[in-house]
Ligand binder design. Structure first.
Ligand code: SAM
Length: 285
């Protein structure tokens, strides 16, 4: 009996719009594997036909992924190579595949990435916002309260913030960005690599106005990028430390007057200013 070598899972990025963005290596892999696991087999069938490829496909989406893992592991164990693709871009990035890749890695299977487009990297590369540090957050919560809560939690992050968004929620999201993050610079990358690719630049409120003037600007797929918070100055840091000292003193039952006196001794400044700050903190509770 011959024992076939264990197969490889190829995680293959596909185009996010322009089909010419598929790499020759991706095409070769897709043509060579025994089976292609695709998020939506009908959608990916069109891509394969465009490439002139005819390979067996298997659906792998968020509702059946856990069940598919054992099945695909059996195929790999039998020596079959498998490709994983999603509807667009890089699998696992806001797309299915994490359970499969985690399990295969944990069990020592070979998992090989075949790189290509990923919408947020494509958007960031042409946005003109700082790229040295960024925070990709995927989709914001669908409900307004959850969305505002997430944005508020990000308020002090200094990295460029990046979100995915659909046309159904783009206006609500811009409104919430205006409310929670103010007038920072926002770059909206729409329909990347497609005919109506557009980059809009401005604060969230001005982008909303642009969408009201031209409703086409609210159509299609979006990557929303927001400038990070301005770095805190030494003065800001000192104020934050002083306020936490005052809060700690007040919560220990130290009176406003005495807290102000301690602040003057430790931090300098005038008793009058510290007294006013301590009184305000006490009133805020
Ligand atoms: N795996 C994909 C990737 O690598 O970017 C992302 C999949 S996620 C389900 C789909 C979201 O990605 C869209 O709602 C949109 O926010 C973003 N996206 C995908 N293609 C895009 C495009 N051509 N232009 C702008 N955003 C796009």
């Amino acid at each position: 009996m011959t024992v076939s070598a264990i197969g490889t899972l190829y995680v293959v990025a596909t185009p996010i719009g322009n089909l010419d963005d598929l790499s020759p290596r991706a095409r070769e892999v897709l043509g060579d594997v025994s089976v292609i696991a695709a998020e939506d087999t009908r959608h990916s069938g069109r891509l394969l036909r465009h490439l002139g490829l005819d390979r067996p496909m298997l659906s792998l989406h968020e509702h059946n992924e856990s069940g598919r893992v054992a099945q695909l592991k059996a195929r790999l164990a039998a020596g079959d190579d498998v490709a994983l693709i999603s509807d667009a871009g890089t699998p696992l990035i806001c797309d299915p595949g994490f359970l499969l890749v985690r399990e295969l890695r944990a069990e020592g299977y070979r998992v090989v990435p075949i790189p290509g487009a990923c919408a947020f990297v494509v958007a960031l590369s042409a946005a003109g916002l700082p790229t040295d540090r960024f925070l990709f957050q995927g989709f914001l919560p669908a409900k307004g309260s959850g969305r505002r809560g997430r944005l508020a939690a990000l308020e002090e992050r200094e990295e460029t913030l990046i979100f995915y968004e659909s046309p159904h929620r783009i206006r609500d999201t811009l409104e919430d960005i205006a409310q929670c993050l103010g007038t920072r610079r926002v770059v909206l990358a729409r329909e990347l690599t497609k005919t109506f690719e557009t980059f809009l630049d401005g604060d969230a409120a001005s982008l909303l106005t642009r969408m009201e003037e031209d409703t086409d600007q609210a159509r299609g797929e979006f990557v929303v990028m927001v400038a990070g918070a301005s770095p805190r100055t030494d003065d800001d840091e000192a104020l934050v430390e002083a306020e936490s000292l005052l809060k700690a003193l007040l919560s220990e039952g130290v009176g406003v007057k005495q807290a102000a006196a301690i602040a003057v001794r430790l931090l300098g400044g005038t008793k009058k200013v510290w007294y006013a700050r301590a009184q305000a903190l006490k009133d805020e509770g």
